[in-house]
Design a protein around this ligand. Structure first.
Ligand SMILES: O=P(O)(O)OC[C@H]1O[C@H](OP(=O)(O)OP(=O)(O)O)[C@H](O)[C@@H]1O
Ligand SMILES: O=c1cc[nH]c(=O)[nH]1
Length: 230
């Protein structure tokens, strides 16, 4: 039988060691993030979506080091190679709208993954951020690796409520949450409310402003990707 090769589980690790900040070290991810933030470059929405996608690809690659693999023989034109194959493709879940380009980056790498989609929005006219989760479509999550992706982790309420709503589709065996820009408040909320998750972010910014927007952040990721809404 083919042996399963798994990384050591870090679910028992301290919360801070389950937060990975991808742009803490120099790499081309920093360049893509700088373009996403830049008001001049943001005028080009195609480039904005493409940079979200590229960061999705980079994060998918980073998260892939935490997944399980099976070694199998592959026939080449000249012989045989013992090669690692993904044991099972993770379920990729995202929040509409801004999540779509980031999700596509993950799907480019995890190309056989099933997807889950959630519609979540902030309820206007409330002093605190309140999030409404509406539409939800997902495959079974039982015993699957779940990667929940959303580029902006501001208050963290969208991600936490989305995750809770998704649990009616089953209990995943491993949970990863990926965001491009997070606030310190959002990181604290997600790590407290979803202790079983490993969090991957490109950057953690300074703070939230009075509208619960991330500062310096990048603005409204959904509008920059798809145009402003009424
Ligand atoms: O952490 P939170 O405070 O919950 O905020 C984060 C949410 O805000 C953004 O979506 P947005 O509300 O801009 O919707 P849109 O993608 O439809 O524009 C983002 O994609 C998250 O879903
Ligand atoms: O900074 C933020 C906060 C919520 N949604 C965004 O798109 N940006």
């Amino acid at each position: 039988m083919d042996a399963l090769i798994s990384p050591s589980a870090d679910s028992a690790a301290a919360p801070e060691s389950r937060v990975h900040v991808v742009c803490a070290e120099p790499s081309v991810a920093n360049h893509f993030l700088a373009e996403l933030r830049d008001v001049e470059v943001q005028r080009d929405s195609l480039r904005f979506r493409r940079n979200l996608q590229r960061l999705g690809e980079i994060m998918a690659y980073r998260i892939s080091s935490q997944l399980s693999y099976v070694e199998k023989a592959v026939k080449t034109p000249l012989g045989e190679s013992r090669s690692l194959h993904l044991h099972d493709f993770p379920v990729l879940a995202t929040v509409l709208r801004a999540g779509l380009p980031f999700h596509q980056g993950f799907l480019n790498y995890f190309d056989q993954s099933p997807s889950a989609f959630v519609a979540a929005y902030r309820i206007e006219g409330t002093s605190q951020v309140q999030v409404q989760v509406d539409y939800l479509s997902a495959p079974s999550l039982d015993e699957r690796v779940l990667i929940l992706v959303d580029p902006m982790l501001a208050s963290g309420k969208s991600l936490v409520q989305t995750y809770r709503a998704m649990l009616r589709f089953g209990t995943p065996r491993q949970v990863h949450i990926a965001a491009v820009i997070a606030s310190p408040e959002g990181v604290a909320h997600v790590t407290r409310e979803i202790p079983e998750a490993t969090l991957w972010v490109a950057a953690i910014d300074e703070k939230l402003n009075e509208h619960a927007y991330i500062v310096p952040g990048l603005g409204d990721a959904g509008d920059l990707s798809y145009g402003s809404k009424l």
